[in-house]
Design a protein around this ligand. Structure first.
Ligand code: G3H
Ligand code: 13P
Ligand code: NA
Ligand code: ZN
Length: 314
C-alpha cells in the first residue's frame, strides 16, 4: 500500500539524494509518474494540491493513487509510493486526508504568525501521528507567482526559529524558503539567476542535524518546453526557473524532498501545442495526451536520474 515519508527520508538523508514529489491532477500525469519511477526504480511522493482536489475530486485522486501502487506492482516494480497532501491550509483538511487514507500531509501555516503556525502544526501532528501519517510543516514564505523580483517578496526562513519549531510541533520534515517560488516565472528574465540561499540552508542543517528539509518551487522551467510553447502559438516569454545544478546541490544536502509541478505542466502544454500545430485534424485526446504523457515520462526519468539522484534507490 501507500507509505509515509519516514523511511524514504532516512534513506535519502543517508544516501545524499532527494525524493521527487510530483503533483498530479489527472490520469496521464499519474501514469507517467508511475511508469517513469518504476523504470528508474525511484521512490516517489505523489502529491495532491487544493487546486487538484477541486479540479479532480479528492476521492477520485485517492483511488487513483491506490491504483498507482497496484499498477506499479503489476509492471513488476516494488517502488515505495507516498500519497501526500500538498499545502494543506487547515486542520480539518489535513484530518480529512488522514482519515481517508493519505500517508502524508503538509500543513502550511507559513503565512501565520509564528506561534499560530506552531499551534496549528502541532495539532495536525498530534492527530496524524496516531495513524502513522507523516507531517510536513513550513517556515518562511515563498514568493508568489509573477512577483517582480521574487527574492524581495520572499520571507526567507529564519534559521534561529527552526529548532524551536521542530521541537514544539513534532513535524517529520520542514519546508524552507531559500529563494525558490512557485510557478514558471521565478526570476527576472534576461538577468543572471540569483543563486539560492545555500547559506540559510546550511544554517538550518546545523541547527537540525539529520532532519529532513523540503524544497518547494523547485521546477527548472525547462527552456526547451518554453521555446516549443512559444513556437506553437503560446506566450511564455521570460519564464525561468531554478538551474539543475543548484537542485543537485540541494539534493546532496539535508533536502530530502524536492517539489516539482510546473515542469510537468510545461511538458504537457508544449507537446499538446506541438501536436495540434503539426496535426490540426486530430481530435482523439488519446493522441495528443498520449504524446504529452510520453514526454512526461522522459522528463521524470531525467529528473530522477540526473538531478535528484533518486534513481536506483527504491
Ligand atoms: O504549490 C503549488 C502547486 O504547484 C499546485 O498548484 O494549486 O494550482 O494545483 P495548484
Ligand atoms: P513548482 O511550481 O516550481 O513546480 O513548485 C511546485 C511546488 O512547490 C508544489 O508544492
Ligand atoms: Na538530500
Ligand atoms: Zn509548494
Amino acid at each position: 500500500g501507500l507509505v509515509n515519508t519516514k523511511e524514504m527520508f532516512a534513506k535519502a538523508m543517508a544516501g545524499k539524494y532527494a525524493i521527487p514529489a510530483y503533483n498530479f491532477n489527472n490520469l496521464e500525469q499519474l501514469q507517467a509518474i508511475v511508469v517513469a519511477c518504476a523504470e528508474t526504480n525511484s521512490p516517489v511522493i505523489i502529491q495532491v494540491s487544493k487546486g487538484a482536489r477541486s479540479y479532480a475530486n479528492e476521492t477520485m485522486l485517492r483511488y487513483m493513487a491506490m491504483g498507482a501502487v497496484q499498477m506499479a506492482r503489476e509492471i513488476g516494480s516494488t517502488i515505495p509510493i507516498c500519497l501526500h497532501l500538498d499545502h494543506g491550509d487547515s486542520f480539518e483538511l489535513c484530518k480529512s486526508c488522514v482519515d481517508s487514507g493519505f500517508s502524508s500531509v503538509m500543513i502550511d501555516g507559513s503565512h501565520l504568525p509564528y506561534e499560530e503556525n506552531v499551534a496549528l502544526c502541532k495539532k495536525v501532528v498530534e492527530y496524524a501521528h496516531q495513524f502513522n501519517v507523516s507531517v510536513e510543516g513550513e517556515l518562511g514564505v515563498l514568493a508568489g507567482i509573477e512577483d517582480e523580483v521574487s527574492a524581495e517578496h520572499s520571507t526567507y526562513t529564519k534559521p534561529e526559529e527552526v529548532e524551536d519549531f521542530v521541537k514544539k510541533t513534532g513535524v517529520d520534515s520542514l519546508a524552507i524558503s531559500i529563494g525558490t517560488s512557485h510557478g514558471a516565472y521565478k526570476f527576472k528574465a534576461g538577468q543572471p539567476v540569483p543563486p539560492l540561499r545555500f547559506d540559510i540552508l546550511a544554517e538550518c542543517e546545523k541547527r537540525l542535524p539529520g532532519f529532513p528539509i523540503v524544497l518547494h518551487g523547485a521546477s527548472s522551467v525547462v527552456q526547451e518546453y518554453v521555446e516549443l510553447i512559444n513556437q506553437y502559438g503560446g506566450k511564455m516569454e521570460g519564464a525561468v526557473g531554478v538551474p539543475e545544478e543548484q537542485l543537485r546541490q540541494a539534493a546532496a544536502s539535508a533536502v530530502c524532498k524536492i517539489n516539482i509541478d510546473s515542469d510537468g505542466r510545461l511538458a504537457v502544454t508544449a507537446k499538446v501545442r506541438e501536436y495540434f500545430g503539426k496535426d490540426p485534424k486530430e481530435f482523439d485526446p488519446r493522441k495528443y495526451l498520449g504524446a504529452a504523457r510520453n514526454e512526461l515520462v522522459k522528463l521524470i526519468k531525467h529528473k530522477n536520474e540526473t538531478v535528484l539522484g533518486s534513481a536506483g534507490k527504491a
